[in-house]
Design a protein around this ligand. Structure first.
Ligand code: ATP
Length: 248
């Protein structure tokens, strides 16, 4: 099912201008990478997509479910999981307890969530830390637990806000492999500044700039914006720079 932003306007309290102003944007099923400069509105868009915040005007829909309609919210949040840019952890909980707790919040039974947590933690290769307190892990390890949290209840759509922040190069590679392994079982939207080698893990690209979609299309169409003289390994970075400079 597509994720649809229909004429969405969102303004933070006590600010003069909306971050998103009548935005229309459709994320088709599949894996999409969301790019854009600092402050473009990527995290805001994902939090609306997660139904963690509501637009002041317009609608966010996942298929037929409206993210803000009282009768849909539960089903909506069950189908969509969200890794926020700054994930919070409850003090005193072990990795297994924390991931299971999030699964329970997302509608799993206590028993189901407790059983599912080790699998999610294994997918981020932290089985050896299952019973360690989350707060005692390194920053990159905590980020991987946050990814496990987003995986635990096997949502249909995963919204991941800068998931690779703090990951070492090997873990970043594993994360891309994890995304590839989710093909066919989940749709994913990932916001990142880490453009390098995204082509193999994603089908589509959206570039957001000042709350507007500056580009939307396939990875191939996106890379066609690269400068002809750019190094082969830098096509995506070059395409991104060209798009934002308007040198199409
Ligand atoms: N809680 C808030 N209160 C007021 N303004 C906010 C708040 N959070 C974000 N903003 C503003 O909203 C705009 C969009 O921020 P957002 O975090 O969505 O951008 P982003 O594209 O995710 O940026 P980055 O790449 O730096 O994470 C920015 O101008 C930011 O200053």
């Amino acid at each position: 099912m597509p994720l649809l932003f229909e004429s969405c306007t969102f303004r933070y309290p006590r600010t003069s201008r909306p971050v998103l102003d009548s935005l229309d944007l459709t994320f088709p099923p599949g894996h999409t990478v969301l790019l854009g400069p600092n402050g473009a509105g990527k995290s805001t868009l994902l939090s609306l997509g997660a139904s963690a915040s509501k637009p002041q005007a317009g609608r966010v829909r996942y298929g037929r479910l409206d993210s803000a309609a009282r009768k849909h919210v539960r089903g909506y949040r069950h189908r969509v999981s969200w890794l926020p840019q700054r994930p919070g952890f409850l003090p005193g909980l072990t990795c297994r307890e924390h991931v299971a707790y999030v699964g329970w919040l997302k509608g799993m039974s206590e028993r189901e969530a407790w059983r599912a947590a080790p699998d999610a933690i294994a997918r981020v290769e932290l089985t050896d830390k299952l019973n360690r307190k989350v707060k005692t892990l390194s920053g990159g390890q905590q980020q991987r637990i946050a990814i496990a949290q987003a995986l635990v209840h096997k949502a249909e759509l995963l919204l991941l806000d800068e998931p690779t922040v703090g990951l070492d190069p090997q873990q970043r590679r594993r994360f891309l492999d994890l995304l590839i392994s989710l093909r066919g079982s989940a749709h994913v939207i990932v916001s990142t500044h880490d453009i390098g080698d995204l082509d193999e893990a994603f089908d589509g690209v959206v570039v957001l700039e000042s709350g507007r979609a500056r580009f939307q299309g396939s990875v191939d169409r996106f890379s066609a914006h690269a400068r002809p003289d750019c190094a082969p390994g830098r096509r995506l970075e070059s395409a991104y720079a060209s798009l934002l400079e308007g040198a199409e």
